[in-house]
Every structure is written in C-alpha cells, then in structure tokens.
Design a binder for this molecule. Structure first.
Ligand code: HEM
Ligand code: HEM
Length: 196
C-alpha cells in the first residue's frame, strides 16, 4: 500500500508554537518609519525627489508621535514600561551577551529596548530641527542646519547598530526576527526564556 502523502502543513512550525508579540500598529508604524526615513535620507543625495524631503520627514515625525502614544496605550510588548529596563538589567544582558549565554526575550531585549528609544528620539529630533529650520525665526541659522545634518548621521549609525542587533539576535536564537516584524508572531517562550 502506498504511503499516505505528507501534508505540507506538517513540515511548517505548528501555529501553537508561536505567540503574537507585535500588534498591528507596531508593525505598520515600523515599516512606515523605515520607508519615510529612507526617503528623507535618499532625497538629500542629489538623485532627485528633493521635494519629498519635508513630507517624508513629517511622516517620520508623525510615526514617532503615534508610537510614543502607543508606548503608553498599546498592547503588552508595545509599552515602554515593558521593554525599557533599568541600567542593571541592561548591564547584565550585555555581560551575558559577551559570554555567549544571553537569555531570549519574548519582546525587545534590554539593549534592543534602549535602541528603540534612541531611534525614536533621534528621528523625533530630526523632524523638529527640520521643521524649525523652515520657520522665519530660524531660517538660515547655521547651527540648526549643522545640528540637523549631524543628527541625520547619528541616525544612520544607530540604524546600522539596530540592523546588526537584529541579525545577531536572530542568529543566536535561530529565529527570524524580521519575519516577526511582518507577522507579529515569534516562537513561544521556552523554559529559561524571559516572557515578560
Ligand atoms: C530606517 C530604518 C529603521 C528604523 C528607524 C527602525 C526603527 C525601529 C524601531 C523604532 C523599532 C521598535 C519597534 C516598536 O516596538 O515599535 C524597531 C524594531 C525592529 N526592527 Fe527596525 N528600524 C529600521 C529598519 C529596519 C530594517 C531595515 C529591518 C529589517 C531588515 C528592521 C527590523 C526590525 C526588527 C526585527 C525589529 C524588532 C526587534 C526585536 O525583535 O526586538 N528594522 N525598528
Ligand atoms: C527622518 C527625518 C529627516 C532626515 C533623516 C533628514 C535628513 C536630512 C539630511 C541628511 C539633510 C542634508 C544635510 C544638511 O543640509 O544639513 C537635510 C537637510 C534639510 N532638511 Fe532634513 N531630514 C529629516 C526631516 C526633515 C523635516 C521634517 C524637515 C522640515 C520640514 C527637514 C528640512 C530640511 C531642510 C530645510 C534641509 C536643508 C538645509 C539646508 O538648506 O542646508 N528635514 N535633512
């Protein structure tokens, strides 16, 4: 008798092995932030789209404002109170990482949590300095222009660190974190993981 065919679903991770971590608004805002920041940056490179700079920058600023509100009102893993951890926890995590035995977190890990805060703060500061520069009062102010430009470079460094962190964590825990920012789902906590 022929062996029964193997259902494709049986080769995929069972849905009950994953849990919802990122709510819809967190995911939507993340990818909107990526697109608007990329456009704001690219529009300064002399490739055209100069007119897109200010609208893209304002979209990024609006994303930050919405995300900050959501950080107090959103679902469990969207809240700052859940993922912004005390210096001691950050230090412990950094030491664990150094010795290759860091714990896995269901939401942001302690370093990633602070990276989120930094990314939002710098994009917010870019939006505000950019807007101020267009006002009559500050128009042509050299220091503000320089500050805006410097913040844009700081943001690029942070993004490089952010992507590095995402890749390292994905590799260390054999988990597709980028996919999770699309689906909202991550592997369920195993014994020893930090579910909080
Ligand atoms: C303009 C560039 C980017 C900015 C400003 C940015 C910003 C952020 C922010 C603010 C969060 C926190 C999400 C939240 O809790 O609301 C985050 C998380 C995340 N981002 Fe990005 N991001 C950028 C690019 C990317 C790209 C290109 C990828 C993928 C290739 C990516 C993958 C992720 C992932 C996987 C997380 C979740 C991290 C975790 O598991 O703790 N990001 N990002
Ligand atoms: C994510 C947000 C933003 C990023 C990454 C960004 C990035 C940049 C960069 C790299 C430059 C060129 C460097 C310089 O001339 O100093 C620049 C210039 C400029 N940005 Fe932004 N920007 C953002 C948001 C905004 C916003 C919201 C506005 C205002 C509505 C704005 C207005 C300007 C102006 C007027 C300049 C030209 C300054 C000059 O003529 O020298 N930017 N921005």
């Amino acid at each position: 008798m022929a062996a029964p065919p193997i259902a494709v679903e049986s080769l995929m991770p069972a849905p009950h092995n994953t849990v919802k971590v990122w709510d819809g608004l967190v995911r939507l805002l993340h990818w909107l932030l990526v697109l608007s920041v990329a456009l704001a940056w690219l529009s300064t490179l002399g490739l055209g789209w100069v007119k897109a700079h200010e609208p893209a920058g304002y979209v990024a600023l609006a994303v930050v404002v919405t995300r900050v509100i959501w950080g107090f009102a959103g679902s469990r893993h969207a809240r700052f109170a859940q993922f912004v951890r005390k210096p001691r926890a950050v230090r412990n995590y950094a030491l664990q990482l150094k010795s290759g035995c860091e714990l896995r977190y269901a939401g942001h890990n302690p370093l990633g949590g602070w990276m989120v805060v930094l990314l939002l703060a710098v994009v917010g500061a870019l939006g505000i300095t950019g807007w101020l520069y267009t006002t009559d009062y500050f128009w042509g102010t050299a220091w503000l222009d320089q500050l805006h430009g410097a913040l844009a470079w700081v943001l690029l460094l942070l993004i490089a660190g952010h992507l590095g962190g995402v890749l390292v964590t994905s590799y260390r825990h054999r988990e597709n974190l980028v996919g999770a920012m699309f689906t909202g789902r991550k592997q369920a906590a195993a014994p020893g993981d930090i579910e909080d």
